[in-house]
Ligand binder design. Structure first.
Ligand code: FAD
Length: 560
């Protein structure tokens, strides 16, 4: 019981809570591994020349972010008898990009994000319509996430949904003539789809309605500046950090092993085709260990590229990452927060990349309500927030050099935009906030660092030139025995579809997969092994409305 309490404390706390806090004086060589006969041998082996002893498991998961949490929990549920171990270099799970303060917490469903619809122009250059394929796919992927979380809550594998997810209207905002036109065309293109049938529009002349939907956006705004909005009531705000910790706690309850303060230093294939994962424990009782596994999931966030390169799989050749970080402006004034229980996204400047489109978000992080605005972009060489300044340098290899140079030279506008943000003064940042919230008071806002997005750079398969890609890619070797995630968007919202993708790619032609299909359909009722992960073969109004109603009731996120 005492052990359980200690574990719970460790998993639910943030940075100041170290796993190596002990109730009694430290006596062993390593509190995490010393008791196991097959564990790290400490430094004795370094001097004696003896190889570190090995432990053997079925699955190693590298990193304890939302991706490993989801893949690990799903696999442990599907195959309870398999030995699984998760290594995390930090002192707690979910402290990198998955932490509530390091991302925007948007349950991405395409309801309001302007970058998921591409503009289609008339011959005269005016806006004809927008494409909806991407926005539909993202919405379906998030519906898979809702279904899986519904299943986990009902099974007692996730806590009270209030701890990690909240209903919040998703509002797409257009300011000025061109953006108003865009929002109207976007509405026309999306409204007929059952996924977006609850979308409502507020035209420039409907001023009272606009003030009711989003008072902070409207009050004090120049009456001559036209604005247009759409609203979808099925939007959500998700505390992915809390969700991640809760999933990992359940992974452990089902028998999964979590090793904190344990960094994976190397991944190599053994002669028998299994993987040798070398780890080093930091802090008390430092020691090296080698874990042998049939399957490795590299859920190391920005460091996935470096680890896949170490594993030497040819499939990662040509890939590089462009790390982008930034700051959030945070407002915790309860009077202000009470007036903006919505998320508002607007298009950026023409041609601007997705991360340059700031948004004003209602958030609940660790149970506390606040507003986040941003991110204000910034350049970094680190692939993780707690990474190293030589990350980018380490990742440059002869096979990705040309793609990197090509992608960077073709995306100079992004570099310029980031440099502008880096040198933006406090007044400049306030000006940006006031574009959304005209009466913002500087005394209400503080700035905190956001996480790092390691965007993919790779060779464009069509042109052979280097390109920057704003998506996520699942990269696996031929046998499907090692798999890693590159890229960062749309991210945590699609973690369930990504987990399904990983499972299909790596286990799809293995005997156990057939056995898993019925269970996967219990976890995610719309799941089908025949289409791309997350896609729903028959999207009709009845299916969609039923999904929103059932998952909404379990997760307590039905429209208010
Ligand atoms: C500014 C910003 C805003 C975002 N907004 C949203 C949003 O609104 N909605 C959304 O869905 N997504 C959003 N994302 C994306 C989302 O946060 C990420 O896609 C997601 O959290 C990635 O999860 P992960 O598990 O892959 O990586 P992480 O959460 O980064 O976890 C990786 C873990 O691996 C560990 N690790 C790394 N290397 C090693 C090693 N060698 N050994 C052991 N452990 C290791 C790290 O310490 C870390 O804990 C945003 C991201 C950023 C940066």
């Amino acid at each position: 019981m005492a052990g359980e309490r200690k574990l719970e404390k460790r998993l639910s706390a943030t940075m100041e809570d170290s796993v190596n806090q002990l109730d009694k004086p430290f006596t062993g060589s390593s509190m995490r591994v010393a008791k196991h006969s097959t564990a790290a041998p400490g430094c004795f082996s370094c001097f004696s020349g003896m190889a570190p002893k090995q432990r053997e498991v079925d699955i190693v998961l590298i990193g304890a972010g939302i991706m490993s949490a989801t893949v690990g929990l799903m696999l442990k549920d599907l195959e309870p008898g398999w030995k699984m171990i998760m290594f995390e270099r930090l002192h707690a799970a979910g402290e990198e990009s998955s932490n509530g303060f390091n991302n925007a917490g948007t349950g991405h469903s395409g309801f309001m994000e302007p970058n998921y619809t591409k503009e289609v122009l008339n011959p005269d250059g005016s806006l004809k319509t927008v494409t909806t394929e991407k926005v539909e796919h993202i919405c379906e992927q998030f519906l898979s996430s809702r279904q899986y979380w519904d299943y986990l809550v009902k099974k007692g594998l996730l806590p009270n949904p209030d701890d990690f997810i909240h209903q919040t209207n998703h509002i797409a905002l257009g300011v000025g003539k061109d953006q108003v036109e865009f929002i109207k065309k976007r509405y026309e293109a999306m409204k007929g789809n059952p996924l977006f049938s609850t979308m409502e529009i507020c035209l420039p002349e409907e001023k009272a309605k606009a003030s009711q939907w989003a008072p902070l956006i409207c009050t004090g705004r120049d009456a001559n500046e036209p604005i247009c909005m759409t609203k979808v009531p099925y939007g959500t705000d998700v505390d992915f950090g809390t969700l991640c910790k809760a999933k990992i706690e359940s992974f452990q309850k089902l028998g999964g092993d979590l090793r904190l303060n344990t960094e994976v230093k190397d991944v190599k294939k053994d002669k028998d085709g299994k993987w040798l994962v070398t780890t080093k424990v930091s802090g008390a009782g430092s020691g090296w260990a080698v874990t042998k596994a049939k399957f490795v999931f590299v859920g190391a966030g920005g460091w996935a590229l470096l680890l896949l390169q170490k594993a030497g799989i040819p499939q990662v050749n040509g890939y590089m990452a462009l790390p982008v970080t930034g700051d959030w402006a945070v407002c915790q004034n309860p009077e202000v927060v009470a007036k903006h229980k919505v998320k508002v996204y607007a298009p950026g400047a023409p041609g601007a990349p997705p991360m340059s489109m700031p948004h004003l978000d209602y958030r609940t992080i660790g149970g506390k309500e606040m507003l986040l605005f941003g991110p204000f972009g910034s350049i970094t060489l680190k692939f993780l927030r707690y990474g190293s300044n030589v990350d980018a340098l380490k990742a440059v290899k002869p096979h990705n050099l040309l793609a990197t140079i090509g992608a960077l030279s073709r995306n100079l506008s992004l570099a310029v935009m980031l440099m502008k943000d880096v040198f933006k003064s406090g007044a400049g940042k306030l000006h940006d906030i006031r574009h959304y919230y005209p009466e913002a008071d500087p005394d209400d806002w503080i700035f905190i660092p956001a996480g790092v997005r390691a965007q993919i750079i790779k060779k464009d398969p069509k042109t052979g030139k280097g390109m920057l890609q704003f998506g996520t890619e699942v990269v696996t070797n031929d046998e499907g025995s090692i798999v890693g995630l590159l890229g960062a968007s749309p991210g945590a919202s699609t973690s369930v579809s990504i987990a399904l993708d990983v499972i299909e790619k790596c286990f799809g032609n293995k005997p156990e997969f057939k056995r898993w299909i019925p269970k996967l359909k219990v976890m995610i009722p719309t799941y089908s092994p025949d289409g791309p992960a997350g896609d729903m073969s028959q999207v009709n109004a009845t299916v969609v409305n039923n999904l929103y109603a059932t998952t909404g009731a379990t997760l307590k996120i039905s429209p208010k």
